[in-house]
Design a protein around this ligand. Structure first.
Ligand code: GLU
Length: 443
């Protein structure tokens, strides 16, 4: 059974890069008939807020990412304590007493000698008496995970391919602070084991964390999950702009972007598959494949997203949008305006063209022409194709074609120079309103 998770820290709103990570974990789980969990990484009590937890849930709901379950790290500290104690017992976790200033000095000396700034494990050399002495002075330890230097750290990344790290070149990571609070690394591994997570999809900024976490899984007696580290997201201009960095669900909602359009984009950029419009998430699930992701940054262009959004809307059936349409707009109305929408909100303004009022005084040069149209209105086949009938009759009577034939009618009947197909609009406008509008245009 495939099990994935999305593990945000509730210290801010999810931005587009986080939404992408969530989506990919969800798509992977759904593609493989598996489970998708939300894990709230709220060990940092000072920076985590309930409001951000709620916003995370709402944003995932908005995007359509349902979950099989949710856990919160703040509720799981007893489990972390137990696993931590076992690792201390095994000697895989050890207490350290250096101050940040001492560590910084050590680093400077190493760098000055041209050595990699790897923690020298001085604390491992302290005996029980030395430790007791420090603690008697009130020095409280922070804790490091002791990496096993005997063999390389390897994993086969589902996006980056074979990965290999020399543990001797990595500092034993600090996993717990002197005040007892947890850093991200170990609780994440404990939770991934406990929830049976099989696949971890996350940003490539986590690669070095994965290197040490692989050993933590092993130290806790578990096989590591499969990892997929994705290239980062960059803006249309090639870097992660400030704007994109702060682009959250509200930003897209305010721009009229449908969640499914955002998902269509985020599912495919950075992959070998084309970005294609969809009306639902289903086709994205069916073709989701981590193997298609490249290592080059994924380009996220908001102008292209706006275009994709329109294309997605043009695919949506009436039933999918019915509860968001202007009052009175039925399936025929939707079919008429749908091809002209950039955002769903545009349906309101096009529907106003049907319901009226519209005002557009006719050009005097068209007055005779519009009088002829007015005379034809009652006899049109209103249950059939009144626009085709009207324009065919006017063409025969006046010899007008093209713009001269269509534009004065469109203006008088809709108050606009452009808009949805008149063949679809005119039956919705109906004979009474068509007549009234032509009369009004004639003044
Ligand atoms: N809370 C971590 C983050 O937001 C989770 C990373 C992970 O997926 O393990 O970066």
């Amino acid at each position: 059974m495939t099990v994935t998770r999305f593990a945000p820290s509730p210290t801010g709103r999810l931005h587009v890069g986080n939404l992408r990570t969530a989506l990919h974990n969800w798509l992977y789980a759904r593609r493989h008939g598996g489970r998708f969990w939300l894990r709230i990484d709220d060990t940092d009590a000072a920076r985590s807020t309930e409001a951000f937890v709620d916003a995370i849930r709402q944003d995932l709901d908005w995007l359509g990412l349902d979950r099989e379950g949710e856990v919160r790290q703040s509720a799981r500290t007893a489990l972390y304590e137990a696993r931590f104690a076992a690792l201390v017992e095994q000697g895989r976790v050890y207490p350290c007493y250096e101050t940040p200033e001492e560590l910084e000095l050590k680093r400077k000396i190493q760098l000055g000698r041209g050595l990699p700034p790897v923690y020298d494990r001085a604390a491992l050399a302290l005996d029980a008496a030395a430790r007791a002495g420090l603690e008697a002075q009130g020095v409280r330890p922070h804790w490091r995970f002791r990496l096993d230097h005997d063999r390389p750290i390897v994993w086969d990344d589902l996006i980056r391919g074979p990965q290999r790290f020399d543990p001797a070149r990595i500092s034993d990571p600090v996993i717990r602070r002197a005040d007892g609070s947890w850093l991200y690394l170990l609780p994440s591994v404990i939770d991934d084991i406990d929830l049976g997570i099989t696949h971890v999809v996350r940003g490539e900024d986590h690669v070095s964390n994965t290197a040490v976490q692989v050993q933590m899984f092993e130290a806790l007696g578990a096989a590591p999950p499969a990892f997929a580290h994705e290239a980062l997201l960059v803006g249309g201009e090639g870097k992660l702009s400030k704007r994109l960095g702060s682009a959250d669900a509200d930003h897209f909602r305010a721009a009229g972007i449908e969640p499914v359009a955002l998902a269509a984009k985020l599912a495919r950029i950075g992959t070998s598959l084309p970005v294609e419009p969809v009306a639902t998430l289903a086709p994205l699930i069916a073709r989701f494949d981590l193997a298609g992701f490249g290592r080059a940054p994924a380009r996220f262009d908001e102008t292209e997203l706006a275009r994709l959004n329109a294309q997605c809307l043009h695919l949506m059936p009436f039933e999918q949008v019915a509860d968001r349409l202007p009052p009175g707009m039925d399936a025929r109305g939707w079919a008429a305006v749908r091809p002209n929408l950039d955002t769903l909100a545009d349906a309101d303004s096009w529907w106003a063209v049907v319901t009226g009022p519209v005002a557009c005084p006719a050009d005097p040069a068209d007055a005779d022409y519009l009088r002829r149209a007015l005379a034809l209105i009652p006899a049109l086949d209103w249950a059939g194709a009144p626009w085709a009938g009207l324009t065919a009759a006017l063409k025969a009577e006046t010899g007008r074609t093209g713009r001269a034939l269509f534009l004065p009618l469109r203006r008088a009947l809709t108050g606009q120079d452009h808009g949805p197909d008149m063949a679809a609009l005119l039956p919705l406008i109906g004979p009474a309103q068509a007549q009234a509008r032509l009369e009004a245009a004639l003044g």
